[in-house]
Design a protein around this ligand. Structure first.
Ligand SMILES: [Zn+2]
Length: 324
């Protein structure tokens, strides 16, 4: 359960039973929610006003449907999640894309406090994002706006996980760096990565290996990390020109580990190449909330939408049942 200050009590973590299909995943969510409510102090459990669900996109936040989550398998599409959870628990349920929830959390409790115009980015296995303008998330009609990792940073280049060409994610995220690392092993150009592949297996090569290779003085690893930083910098300059954000808040495991080694070059590049007016204002800062960011974001997600029928169209009233 999430408290008004973003603190969490009675946290329950469970494996996603993806092999058993979508219904089992919804049931597992329900079980976790019941368990959390049972473990929380009675007064808190009775005071719960709603449920926030954070999911990888694409999702339909209005109808509460997960459209096509990545990496779960072909049978996972158009999964109704809000309605069955509401029916079972007697509380309104609000579904939102994980990166939008993270942005709400950083706005309420973290690096975007008092900042109504900001971008949130997460740089880890993939690159996700959110656009907040005048305090509101930008959605577009399909709620897919804000996919900041899927912007081309080159005319030609590697095919991204989404099928697009030369996207930022293909250069600077974990999946892209793993792919370049495997190619370097196949080409025999990096003794560091070849040793890692022999030790851990080719498929285990990831961003961390490339980053460690750079620190160990491996030229190929250094070039790949430089390319990742350059791609990130170029994309940030584009975002500044297009969105005029006051801040770009950057989270995710790669950003956390790289810190100013990733953000510093982006600040320099933006200061030099972004449009003069917006570049004077923008700050590129690390996220503050860490891996539980989407949990903290459940509080602003739910409280910002309670009682607003736009976020639950066609769903009947749920009564807050303390004993449900
Ligand atoms: Zn892409």
């Amino acid at each position: 359960m999430v408290l008004p200050d973003g603190g969490r009590v009675a946290r329950v973590a469970t494996e996603t039973p993806k092999a058993q299909g979508p219904e089992a995943v919804v049931r597992a969510c329900l079980e976790s929610l019941r368990m959390s409510r049972a473990r929380a102090p009675r007064q808190l459990a009775d005071g719960a006003v709603g449920i926030g669900v954070s999911s990888p996109g694409p999702i339909d936040p209005w109808r509460g449907i997960i459209i096509e989550p990545p990496n779960l398998g072909p049978e996972f599409h158009d999964i109704e999640i809000a309605a069955p959870l509401e029916a079972a628990l007697g509380l309104p349920v609000y579904l939102e894309r994980d990166t939008n929830v993270a942005a709400l959390a950083e706005e309420a409790f973290g690096a975007a406090r008092d900042c109504p115009d900001f971008l949130y980015m997460t740089v880890s296995t993939g690159i996700g994002g959110a656009i907040v303008s005048e305090g509101r998330i930008l959605y577009g009609p399909d709620a897919t706006a804000g996919e900041l990792g899927h912007v081309p940073v080159n005319l030609d280049g590697p095919v991204c996980g989404c099928g697009g060409i030369a996207h930022l994610e293909a250069y600077a995220a974990g999946a892209g760096l793993s792919r370049f690392a495997r190619e370097a092993v196949a080409a025999g150009t990096s003794s560091f990565l070849s040793q890692r592949a022999t030790r851990d297996g080719l498929d285990a090569l990831g961003a961390q290996d490339v980053a460690e290779g750079e620190d160990a003085g491996d030229a190929v690893c250094a070039a790949l990390m430089a390319q990742a930083r350059h791609a990130f910098s170029v994309a940030c300059a584009g975002y500044v020109n297009i969105f005029n954000p006051s801040r770009i808040v950057v989270g995710g495991t790669i950003a956390e580990k790289q810190g100013d080694r990733l953000l510093g070059p982006a600040r320099d590049y933006v200061a030099r190449y972004a449009l003069k007016t917006p570049r004077r204002r923008v700050e590129i800062v690390p996220a503050e909330l860490g891996p539980d960011v989407s949990l903290a974001g459940a509080y602003p997600l739910v409280t910002g939408r309670l009682g607003d029928d736009r976020w639950r169209p066609g769903r009947s009233d749920v009564t807050t049942l303390a004993s449900a």
